[in-house]
Every structure is written in C-alpha cells, then in structure tokens.
Design a protein around this ligand. Structure first.
Ligand code: CO
Length: 173
C-alpha cells in the first residue's frame, strides 16, 4: 500500500461504511504495515486509496494497533485545546490545530463489536483527525486562511507530486 497525497481526489471524498469481515480485516492489517513503514500514528482508508471507513491507530511502536471500523463522532466537548498535527498525506507540514478536547465516539472493533467511548487527550485528538479523513476533511482545513497562505508553496509541491524523498520509505522510492 502506498500513501495518497494532498491533491488526490480520494482524500476529499466521503467514505463508505464497511462490513467487518475477513476481507476488511486484511485491508486494515495491510494499513498497519503502511503505518509502520511511514512511521505514522494513525491512518485512514483514503490515505491508502480506500474510500472506506477503516482507521488504524498505533501511538507507540510497542503498542498493539487499534482497529476502528465505521467510526461515528457523536459529540464534542465545548472545551478545546491546541495540539500540533501532521499527516502522512501532507508530508513536511505541521501546524497547531484547535479542536474539542474530548469526543464521544462509536465504532466497531476487529470482531465487529460496537464500542461507545468518551475519549480525551491524544486519543481524542487522533480519532478526530482520522475521523475527518472519512469525510474528506484534512487538518489544514482547520487552520486560518493566513496560515494556509504561508503553506501555499509546500502544498503546491505536494499536489504536483514533488514529495521530499526523506518522507518516502526506501522501498517505495
Ligand atoms: Co491525516
């Protein structure tokens, strides 16, 4: 699996729900391999060319990956916080993003079982970032127009496919 970059239409489309079966699990496992290869902490379907509600998260390399299918973001806290974000589809771009501190989510795990959770901290942040991907939203959509203008050159480069080699694992170059 290769990463899709900013400029690829699939990143702007809404994803379809999935049936949690062997085929879907295989895709999710392959996504974990891509996550490892690119040293990411979260990856959503569109970032590997799948317009499907599949997300994998692994905050630390020693953790077990978390498989998230058919994520629903139910509710958000009024309190917000500011955390710097990056995205494998936007290599080399890191910006502070304001988002709700806590989030209420529902999703299916690898056995198809539904979970209903209140998240906070870094998990709340990653779920929101990845959840956005399922609806065609990128983290740069949450920053000011002024800041986005400052990124124009970098964004144009990514859109044209001029990805800095340092962001591409050797086997994909
Ligand atoms: Co992302």
């Amino acid at each position: 699996m290769q990463i899709t970059y900013y400029g690829n239409d699939i990143l702007r489309q809404e994803c379809k729900d999935v049936v949690v079966d062997g085929n879907t699990l295989k895709k999710a496992e392959e996504m974990v391999r891509a996550l490892d290869k690119y040293n990411g902490i979260g990856l959503a379907g569109p970032q590997v060319g799948l317009s499907e509600k599949i997300i994998v998260i692994r905050l630390n390399p020693e953790d077990e990956p978390i498989f998230i299918f058919n994520l629903r973001l139910i509710d958000y806290s009024e309190e917000k916080n500011v955390i710097e974000e990056g995205c494998l589809s936007l290599p080399g771009i890191y910006e502070k993003v304001v988002r709700p501190e806590k989030v209420h989510v529902k999703y299916q795990d690898a056995s198809g079982e539904w979970h209903d959770k209140e998240l906070e901290g870094i998990m709340a942040r990653v779920f929101q970032h990845e959840g956005d991907h399922l609806y065609g939203v990128l983290f740069i959509d949450h920053i000011s127009a002024v800041k986005k203008r400052l990124l124009k050159k970098k964004l144009d480069n990514i859109r044209k496919g001029n990805i800095d080699i340092e962001f591409i694992p050797e086997e994909d170059r």
